[in-house]
Design a protein around this ligand. Structure first.
Ligand code: SF4
Length: 491
């Protein structure tokens, strides 16, 4: 499509945010929407944002919602009417337009000395791009003649704890920003003019860079990368913990151009294993590292959900709530039995989870997790919620050991490409146990499946199918640990 110079493009807060991330992103989002890739996480983020927005509105029962129907012109008129008629409560989605820029303010509150605009966010603090969002809104509101006295990002207060069902007073904290944003607000007219100039021109030329994933993963990445050279098979950037950055900055892209002497021991092992296509394997060291683990061995993995809006009494925003665990119990003679817990109706899963742990894991067992800090934290949280079970739960936490650092120190196959996540290691040790055949194949999938199953409107047959998929996935996670540990010890 060839844009016309005379057409004046309408803008919105999100279009200006796109422009500030990358002018080309704005241009593509308007003129070549067809090139955008599907964003798999968008639906979940949208649902979470909606839940947060609904609570922000529910905290003001006297508020009134400005609907986007029949169109946004009508929303602008409805907002003006509510203000002119002195509606005392907050106005939700108050809609304003100035110079072709349309904004909808999440919560517009009439206060003693003027108006307060709040931009509701599901994050636990203010992010850089929030400032631009709020500045755009403040600029439009002020230009429309609204006496705006304050403006805030209304974000989730991480310290909030739900103490009474449905009582979310205190869930949000306001970060007041009108004064600090003064210079950004004053520059908005220039930003808007620059965005329009981009839209009226040809597709801008912008190189791929760090801006492509910050503040958002760009949906036009495939389009922009289509003509990029593919680069080396083994780039320096696969070195973990940013170990390749310094080499990339020196213009060295290929890991195979490095020398072991210039690398720390772990990265040197990665280089050697990659160049020689021979896995690094220190079976003796792995056996030694695991030799003091007691019996029986309880291979444990939790699946959790962490919502912005806490659902259950005693929980906080984004706190990890376990809804499932898988447990492979291994006796000293090598016998293994599988046990599991799953709660996927909408009831609070914590108590049943805590009881199942205490019941299923024999006292004195050695609990083994992969990246165990996560399992330990869940066990500690459960102990905090249920003091009567705290003793056995804290004993489990104290008995938890970590397989990840042992894998990291004693095994590396080049197909791991710098990662020791269980999903990177497993195919290199036990390729028959891949996750590809599973309906739920990663932690993100598991959370989506749980959210669908736990929704009251979920069809019982569908819930049953989701439960089976969740069980298969979690069981694979603990069996994967057993297989990796055995592979590490195998001479
Ligand atoms: S991939 Fe990068 S360069 Fe391309 S439009 Fe997106 S942000 Fe801009």
């Amino acid at each position: 499509m060839k844009p016309t110079q005379s057409f004046r493009y309408g803008l919105s807060k999100s279009r200006i945010t796109s422009f500030e991330q990358c002018p080309k992103k704005l241009w593509l989002s308007v003129h070549r929407r067809d090139l955008a890739e599907h964003d798999a996480g968008a639906e979940a983020r949208f649902a979470s944002g909606n839940a947060v927005g609904d609570i922000a509105c529910a905290l003001h029962p006297s508020g009134v919602m400005v609907e986007a129907e029949p169109d946004l012109g009508a929303a602008v008129a409805e907002t003006a009417r509510l203000i002119a008629e002195g509606h005392p409560g907050p106005i939700f989605e108050a809609t304003f337009e100035h110079d072709g820029v349309l904004v909808r303010v999440d919560v517009l509150e009439r206060r003693k000395k003027g108006w307060h605009a709040a931009e509701v966010k599901s994050s636990t603090g203010v992010k850089d791009y929030h400032r631009g969002d709020l500045a755009t809104q403040a600029w439009v509101l002020q230009a429309c003649g609204l006496p705006l006295k304050s403006a805030s990002v209304r974000h989730i207060d991480r310290d909030f704890e739900l103490t009474r069902e449905g009582d979310y007073a205190g869930l949000f904290a306001d970060a007041e920003l009108l004064r600090p944003l003064k210079s950004i607000i004053e520059g908005r007219a220039d930003v808007v003019a620059a965005a329009r100039e981009v839209l009226a021109g040809e597709e801008p030329v912008v190189e791929i860079g760090e801006h492509c994933s910050s503040p958002f993963e760009c949906e036009f990445s495939a389009w922009c990368r289509r003509d990029q050279p593919t680069g080396p098979d083994w780039p320096v950037t696969l070195l973990p913990y940013g170990g390749g950055k310094k080499w990339a900055e020196q213009g060295i892209e290929d890991l195979l151009d490095l020398d072991e002497d210039d690398l720390n021991p772990r990265n040197a092992r990665i280089l050697t294993a990659t160049r020689d296509d021979v896995p690094f394997h220190d079976a003796k060291g792995a056996r030694k590292a695991m030799k003091n683990w007691g019996w029986p061995r309880a291979w444990l993995d939790f699946e959790t959900i962490a919502a912005a809006v806490p659902r259950w009494i005693g929980t906080r925003p984004y706190q990890q709530i376990p809804f499932q665990f898988s447990l492979h119990l291994e006796a000293k003679d090598g016998t293994i039995t599988h046990h599991e817990f799953l709660s996927c109706d909408s009831t609070d899963p914590r108590r049943a989870c805590a009881e199942a742990l205490v019941e299923m894991i024999p006292p004195g067992a050695c609990v083994i997790a992969y990246n165990a800090s996560f399992e330990k934290r869940v066990l500690r949280d459960l102990a905090g919620w249920f003091p009567d079970l705290a003793e056995p739960l804290l004993a489990l936490e104290a008995a938890t050991v970590d397989l990840l650092p042992i894998a990291r120190e004693h095994w590396y196959h080049r197909d791991q490409r710098g990662s020791w996540s269980i999903k990177a290691v497993l195919p290199t040790i036990a390729p028959e146990l891949d996750y590809a055949s599973l309906e739920v194949s990663d932690g993100g999938n598991a959370q989506e499946a749980w959210l669908e199953a736990a929704a009251p409107e979920c069809d019982p047959l569908r819930r049953e199918a989701l439960a089976e998929a969740l069980k298969a996935y979690c069981e694979r996670d603990t069996w994967a640990m057993v297989a990796v540990a055995r592979g590490l010890m195998r001479p």
